[in-house]
Design a protein. Structure first.
Lengths: 217, 223
């Protein structure tokens, strides 16, 4: 069992890097878009909020695998052909953006409206109200669920193997295709995913502690 | 855009979608049921157990929560039979996987539920002479269950979505039905234009129905 794992490790490296790349792109993309849309949902006018609301609810209610297939198989029929890698990244980002919007809205919603009013009273512009008053407080509510979303992205990235991207999951399948020993490889794969997510969790706990300390001071 | 929608050929095979939808809902229900059993037993064991029990349960929960569901599906379907020397059909294997997956999440849910039972109520149970077991069955679990109801509704909808992964091991559920039609008719956009709303609308209906149940039975935690 151990021998099979040691044998497989070098073959998994490239897939592992790709899994990290997919996860990184998805996390970064969904964070940027989700922050913008989530803020627009919290403070924007109704005509802007409604489509964002619909998008966030729809993206979260569709199985990720269906979303990936729709983007990968469906878009070419509409004349937009994406490589498997970018189709998978796009689909995962759409899915995650839905979650981030919800987290941002929740974090901003947890700030007492009096904070916004007080900031207005002392004459801060809207951008400065967000920057100095709302965001520094909201970030504490934002981080814990967001870190969950990040580990979820790492796990979700395994689905890109279904459209032929050679990520960690696919690399595992390929080695099994040669050795016909599934169990050691799946256990090794689980261990690698767990190691990545455990690292993220530990890092996030440090991050949370830091933000909690600076805001409390 | 020069794609011509043609739903006629899709309607001819649409029964695979309805049939798959039924199977998806059943798989979700079966795995929720088994998962709840796992969740309740382990939550009680965690709350009342010793350190070593707690560590074992935490290990199970962390393993499942940090591993991609896709990998778990493969592990149970391809991995376990390869070392166990037996085989089972895809649907059984998939229900087992989802049950293990749901169980890990429901341990946390029920643990929170058990913690939410006011200590005074448990003391009262002891005061009227209930044995620890009877106290658990008649006092703690019913309260914990009602506190956990909203989380259970969410778990069911989430499991319904996760059944889509069954398609990778050819469980004939909703997504697999859609893929079958897709590969046999090549009406790609029509299939996904149908599949997506089916998931959406079914999810909404389940959630709305379960919210009604909650309104009747759930205890809202004061906080």
């Amino acid at each position: 069992m151990i021998a099979a794992m040691v044998y497989a490790l070098p073959f998994l490296w490239q897939g592992f890097v790709l899994t990290l790349a997919v996860s990184g792109l998805v996390v970064a993309g969904s964070l940027v878009i989700g922050l913008l849309l989530g803020t627009a949902l919290a403070f924007g006018p109704r005509w802007l909020g409604l489509p964002i609301r619909v998008f966030a609810d729809t993206a979260r209610a569709i199985p990720l695998i269906v979303l990936i297939f729709t983007v990968y198989y469906g878009l070419p029929a509409l004349g937009l052909s994406l490589s498997p890698f970018w189709a998978a990244v796009a689909a995962l980002t759409l899915f995650k953006t839905g979650h981030v919007i919800e987290i941002v809205r929740g974090a901003i919603g947890s700030i007492h409206p009096g904070q916004m009013e007080a900031a207005k009273t002392i004459g801060l512009t809207f951008a400065n109200r967000l920057r100095y008053v709302i965001f520094p407080q909201a970030v504490r509510r934002f981080l814990p669920p967001w870190i969950n979303a990040v580990t979820d992205s790492v796990k979700g990235s395994a689905l890109v193997s279904l459209v032929g991207v050679v990520d960690l999951m696919m690399a595992i399948q390929q080695v099994i295709g040669r050795t016909f020993e599934p169990m050691p490889l799946y256990i090794l794969g689980a261990a690698i995913y767990i190691a990545v997510n455990a690292t993220l969790s530990i890092a996030s706990r440090r991050l949370e502690a830091r933000f909690a300390a600076t805001v409390a001071a | 855009m020069d794609y011509h929608f043609n739903f006629t050929i899709v309607w001819r095979h649409a029964w695979r979608l309805w049939w798959g939808l039924g199977l998806s809902l059943q798989i979700a229900l079966a795995s929720l049921g088994i998962g709840m059993l796992i969740g309740v037993v382990l939550a009680v064991a965690y709350t009342d157990g010793r350190r070593i029990t707690r560590m074992a349960i935490a290990g199970y929960v962390e393993f499942i929560r940090n591993t991609p569901l896709l990998l778990l599906v493969y592990l149970v379907f391809y991995g376990i039979p390869s070392v166990g020397g037996f085989a089972y059909d895809a649907t059984t294997s998939f229900i087992g996987t989802l049950a293990l997956y749901a169980g890990a999440q429901l341990v946390e849910v029920f643990r929170a539920g058990l913690d939410a039972v006011p200590p005074g109520v448990v003391d009262a149970g002891r005061a009227i002479g209930l044995t620890p077991m009877r106290n658990l069955i008649h006092v703690r679990l019913p309260t914990a269950f009602r506190v956990s109801l909203p989380a259970l509704s969410n778990a069911y909808v989430s499991l319904f979505k996760d059944t889509a992964l069954g398609s990778v091991i050819a469980v004939p559920e909703l997504t697999h039905g859609a893929q079958w039609i897709n590969f046999n008719t090549f009406r790609i956009l029509e299939i996904y234009a149908l599949l997506t709303p089916i998931y959406l609308v079914t999810g909404w209906i389940i959630l709305a129905a379960l919210r009604l149940v909650e309104r009747r039975y759930a205890i809202v935690r004061p906080n």
